[in-house]
Design a protein around this ligand. Structure first.
Ligand code: F0G
Length: 365
């Protein structure tokens, strides 16, 4: 008996991870040991409800990078940074982190057989991220200080001791992260008109821009997007062009007052005719809830800053535009914030009784 393939069957191709997929665009050689968790290849998801809210026939998508192996976009940079650290013979990596970098560094370092040290601001890292770093086997040092102070310390450690720094000041991080722009273009067929992105240490906005520019040079896209960077109102140094000594926001991932990639990010904003804007915690949470309840997408609060920013800049959106909002991290990273959201749909302590259940469901009087 011969087996006939129906037209509905498609061949699912094996995804080998970012380094193999985009090898020709990345600083690797045959000698580079590839450390991968098969990161990347994250979905570009249309947002019908949010597109309708903007109106003007726009098409809004999210690049849902919270679906990477450790739940954030950091894996794109970490596969390359850790591969290169291993290639150079390093035995240990270190980073400062608001949480996601630490989870990613820990996972990739341990997979490579390297030691991972992470320095975090005590009490300001979401529970899921801390849990990950610990379980992946990193040495976690929680300091009584903020991210900016932690970054200063890890810079000093890496200058004085044989430990490789894997924050986004490590050039391989941005090289890996630029692949997100490649994937956006590969999915859309061209670059979007706008790229909306949350900004903390300003590495990712720099990396995306580099990716779009490189793809344009390679004639893989015909245009470049306007780069729209959104910061939390209490941690918006790029918006105000001034260091924020005491950054404050519930979006702890972007609680940064002195971004390491400051100049690079300004250059991106200028070259792309983009903009930096601040969004309040209330606006972030409104977008966070909207994404979950109306689009079925659960991201972490910092990620929702991209959508909050788009909604805020709605009047400036050109008619018919294609817009991509980057969702940098998974909602499961920060369940505490999710549970703090007031909802009338949580009915607790109900007896397991049919009538009672039906009444609560609104099916019986
Ligand atoms: N979104 C999330 C979820 C993040 O974790 C970060 C940065 C950003 C956005 C901002 O990206 O720094 O490239 O501008 N998190 C870093 C960390 C600082 O330590 O995990 P950026």
């Amino acid at each position: 008996m011969t087996l006939t393939l129906t037209p509905f069957q498609t061949k699912v191709e094996y995804w080998p991870g970012l380094i193999e997929t985009y090898r020709r665009y990345l600083p690797v050689t045959d000698k580079t040991p590839v450390v991968t968790l098969h990161e990347g290849n994250t979905p570009l998801i249309p947002l019908p409800t949010i597109s309708a809210l903007i109106g003007k026939q726009v098409e809004v998508f999210v690049k849902y990078d919270g679906l990477n192996p450790t739940g954030s976009f950091k894996d794109r940079g970490m596969t390359l940074a850790v591969s290169k650290a291993k290639e150079s013979g390093s035995n240990a990596v270190i980073c400062a982190s608001t949480g996601n970098t630490s989870a990613s560094a820990a996972a990739y370092a341990r997979r490579a057989g390297l030691k991972a040290f992470v320095i975090i601001p005590d009490g300001y890292v979401a529970m899921g991220k801390l849990a990950q770093a610990l379980l992946y086997g990193a040495e976690v040092l929680a300091i009584q200080g903020n991210f900016d102070q932690a970054l200063e310390i890890v810079r000093q450690v890496s200058e004085n001791y044989p430990v490789t720094l894997v924050n986004s000041v490590n050039p391989y991080r941005l090289e890996g992260q630029k692949t997100a722009a490649f994937e956006v273009v590969d999915a859309l067929g061209d670059a979007p008109d706008w790229l909306c992105i949350p900004v903390g240490n300003a590495g990712n906005i720099t990396a995306y821009w580099r990716g779009f520019c490189q793809y344009q040079q390679e004639q893989r896209c015909t245009r470049l997007p306007r780069m729209m960077g959104f910061q939390a109102a209490g941690a918006a140094p790029l918006v105000h062009d001034a260091i924020v000594e005491k950054p404050d926001t519930l979006a702890t991932a972007i609680r940064i007052g002195n971004p390491a990639n400051w100049e690079k990010a300004i250059a991106v904003q200028q070259a792309s005719q983009g903009q930096f804007m601040a969004v309040t915690d209330q606006e972030i949470l409104a977008a966070y809830r909207l994404l979950a309840a109306d689009e079925g997408i659960f991201c972490e609060p910092a990620s929702a800053a991209s959508v909050a920013g788009l909604l805020k800049a709605k009047a400036e959106v050109p008619a018919g535009a294609t817009i991509v909002c980057v969702l940098t991290g998974n909602g499961l990273k920060d369940p505490e914030i999710a549970l703090q959201q007031k909802t009338e749909q949580f009915h607790q302590g109900i007896a397991p009784d049919l009538d009672l259940i039906a009444q609560t469901m609104g099916l019986a009087p």
